[in-house]
Design a protein around this ligand. Sequence first.
Ligand code: NAI
Length: 630
Amino acid sequence: MKLNKFIVIDFDSTFTKVEAFDLLAEISLDGSPEKEAIKKQIAEITNQGMDGTISFRESLEKRIQLLAPKRHQLVQLADRLKLHVSESFKRNKDFFKKYADNIYVISNGFHVFIDPVVTDFGIKPENILANRFHFDEQGNVTGFDMDNPLSANNGKVEQLRRLNLPGDVYVIGDGYTDYEIKLAGLANKFYAFTENVERNGIVDKADHITPSLDEFLYLNKLNTAISYPKNRINVLLLENIHPVAVELLKADGFNVETYPAALTEEELCRRIKNVSVLGIRSKTQVTKKVLDHANRLMTIGAFCIGTNQIDLKEATRKGIAVFNAPFSNTRSVVELAIAEMIVLMRNLVDKSNKMHQGIWDKSAHGSFEIRGKKLGIVGYGNIGTQLSVLAESLGMNVLYYDIEEKLALGNATKCKSLAELLQKADVVSLHIDGRDANTHYIGKKEFDRMKKGVIFINLSRGHVVDIAALKQAVESGKVAGCAIDVFPYEPVSNQEEFISELRGLPNTILTPHIGGSTLEAQENIGHFVPGKFQDYINNGSTSNSVNFPNLTLPTLENAHRLIHIHDNVPGILARINQVLAGHNINIVGQYLKTNELIGYVITDIDKEYDPEVIKELRSIEHTIKFRVLY
Ligand code: NAI
């Protein structure tokens, strides 16, 4: 494609995240006892070159002497550098191919390791401006091409002068030598690239700061991969969300801000104005008022299981997709359930408490193995099924009951009714969800149905058990032991006292809603929810959204994707297609799903289109939100 401007891109810390010589030191000095000392010396020489104490050529010579690289090590370096290409360059690979005639890479580094990296992106070999090593027959570096301006001071400027490009020149780089090209009058604009390093004294000289290549492409209307630069999409993560989430979102180019605690409604109303992506845990209340202030919000991620802290209906009406992490802590809950079964079957808590009081009560009375016992799992969902598999591997016989039709895993046996399960099970473990209809799902009648001496576990939701009935069942000996992690009322902070009729009961384990609280679960959540954000923002996919119609979409290739969210009223799809037909636009794929509040329509169309179409689609009556992906 023809362009009337030329784009000149720096290599170290711009095209790649790293400085090639730093990586080369790792390779060529590998195993040398002097490695650290030499690296320090190299850093000093680099600085001397930069501050003018020695000439650039002298600094290059000295560094090469210290590194003494061999040809095979330089090949290795190129392979390593390929793994360190800047993220925004990777996601905009098409741009380099499309505008190959107009893109130059310039570096004071060397062709031998730069060419393999950048030609992979479609950059023309003749457009790579760098130094060349001389090698002897054994592959040792003996020197470099002294005639090349890039091996001398002011090299980039001189190289650009010789190139004499016939059009506007835009330079993208992170260092002073890149800025010097503009200073010498050889570039129209200098873009300070800050994705990998932000150098003081460079950013304030730049015409624009470009936190990623996306921003540069957006400013110059050259985008081929994404429609809106990620660095302009503000992400606010509250409540100390796991750092892995921050890293993942930053690596994808988003502008991420974090805050260690929850915000009050007032504060959140203020902070949410320019936020497109909000991440919370269970303490932040996302009310209608907050959503009314959120004029740019596209999506909310609950970095936990529950979503009742979010006004889901209002979020849906406003076209905001909500995601959570429904299975990230499944395993943690299952492990706790298994541990508690064993502990309760052996009466360990009471025995341990007695020991602390100096009482030696050695007896096998009332102690059992779990092997061969019948485990009754009520609610055969994510947690129930995984518990089924683990319990079976420990030799238990699994029975389960679910209101939905569920496939039995392994040798588990389905019960036709709750009553059947309660009558047969030696251990009853609840893993149902907290829907209103499940309030007091297990009460006196259900305890009466259970076997005498049953072990009872509730790690699901507090209100599903009638606590007074449970207390009675424990006191009467019907329930020989119980483990309860969730309560009808739970203290709002660690400062509040936990008040419950269950305190002080024998063989009763009480835990403060920590079934899913492990570091592994937090990390899993930190991976899972950003993945959902990315699928939604980059691709339009809504799989696993708790409030949006779930659509899993193919990756976009050679098309534009129009994403239209509207009130669920009849005729919108027809209106969209009328607009497209009116502009002779070819639809290459279309997906529609609705729920009771909204309709979600994705239309993939051929490459080129009249921008007027976008205006018309936006103005269709009942449109809530509309966006285009490239
Ligand atoms: P899920 O939604 O995958 O499974 C719930 C299952 O229960 C579904 O198969 C559903 O059909 C079934 N069910 C609902 N009502 C029922 C009833 N009355 N009788 C029989 N089956 C019924 O949920 P998941 O992920 O397995 O979680 C289960 C429970 O564990 C939820 O209440 C969840 O909130 C809770 N949980 C507690 C944690 C803790 O820290 N203690 C951590 C994670 C989840």
